[in-house]
Design a protein around this ligand. Structure first.
Ligand code: 5GP
Length: 117
């Protein structure tokens, strides 16, 4: 398995704006934010996607706990936020090291089909 971009961020080989870290997870700002708050949460251990991560329920729970912590740290826990795992081609997954997108800080748009379809 070749190394992904996010493994290089976890190893601190590539810089990232880190928001929070635990023994098993790392949270850092998305380089191309889609909302005022846009943070990625990754498990330090590599899984390709959330379907594979579901084989390790404690680690999946760790990722979601870190997402909750990020929301608290970013001040969006009460105003609301979205947690998204893009999985596979149709969802537009581009980095094959599972990551939760934590989005918020403003009213978010609808999602699903591209507008106009
Ligand atoms: P995906 O499309 O796989 O669900 O999400 C990958 C995300 O990684 C995208 O939102 C993209 O902006 C983000 N990303 C890509 N390269 C980098 C990078 O070098 N640093 C950071 N912090 N985020 C990145």
């Amino acid at each position: 398995m070749s190394e992904t971009l996010f493994e290089r961020i976890i190893a601190r080989e590539i810089p990232a704006d880190i928001v929070h870290e635990t023994d098993t997870t790392l949270a850092f700002r998305d380089i191309n934010p889609q909302a005022k708050v846009h943070v990625l949460v990754v498990p330090k251990k590599r899984f390709r996607n959330v379907a594979e991560l579901a084989e390790e329920p404690q680690l999946l729970a760790d990722v979601l706990s870190t997402a909750r912590k990020v929301a608290e740290l970013e001040g969006i826990a009460d105003s609301g936020y979205r947690v998204v795992f893009n999985t596979g081609d149709d969802a537009g997954q581009t980095v094959f090291h599972v990551h939760a997108h934590v989005l918020g800080g403003e009213q978010l748009g609808l999602f699903g089909r591209p507008t106009g379809n």
